[in-house]
Design a protein around this ligand. Sequence first.
Ligand SMILES: [Zn+2]
Length: 242
Amino acid sequence: MPVPGGANLPYSAAKLKQILEERVSAPLEVVIVKNAWTVLRQTRFKDGRRRVRVHEIFLDAPIDVLLAIGDWVRKPTKAANLVLDTYVLGCHDRIRALTPPTPIRTRGKNIDLAPIFLKLQKQYFEKTIDCNITFGDAPGASRRGRRAIQYGVYDSVKKLIRIHPVLDEPWISRAFVEFIVFHEMLHAALGVEIDLDGRRAHHPPRFRALERAFDRYEEARKWEDVNFNKILRAAREVTQIR
Ligand SMILES: [Zn+2]
């Protein structure tokens, strides 16, 4: 059954709820949010209720995008994610304008990220990387399967690299910290699609090849291999107190 689109835009919250409930075939609590970096979030309660938080940018989205939200709510699929990613990419400026900036903290107890970033900018990127860097939690890290820790993350909406605070520990190799910052700067340089569920990795072979351009690549990887368990344990402690 076709759902009326174009002429009725923008949708009201009630209309959006109706479209989503029809697509999902289940009652939903729909909350429209404005100042959030997470554009979609679903909570399933023990009593069976489902709450979907939907960013305001979707209120004037084309109907296929709204149907993709319904599919995503039911069960995320590649097709639905692609439709949503593409739409959200086009809304970055609006999302940025609606959301207060994240506080930036480049200086830890032992490491200052700012000079590392500047050095790498000059050495590898001809100062073309346009983003900020800060220490902070990497969301979704604990859910990642292959790696139990995410050392850093590049957020293309906020134009922000977040580095896991465990890398501020005094025993962490300097080459390794620089390598992680370099890795995230590569993401910024190559452009990363927004990641709605925080689970996809964007490391095609080209990325892996460029990664090896880092001058202390072997040293950093070897240090990680030897110290991986220690980093993991420390990361858990760091995370717990935050
Ligand atoms: Zn990466």
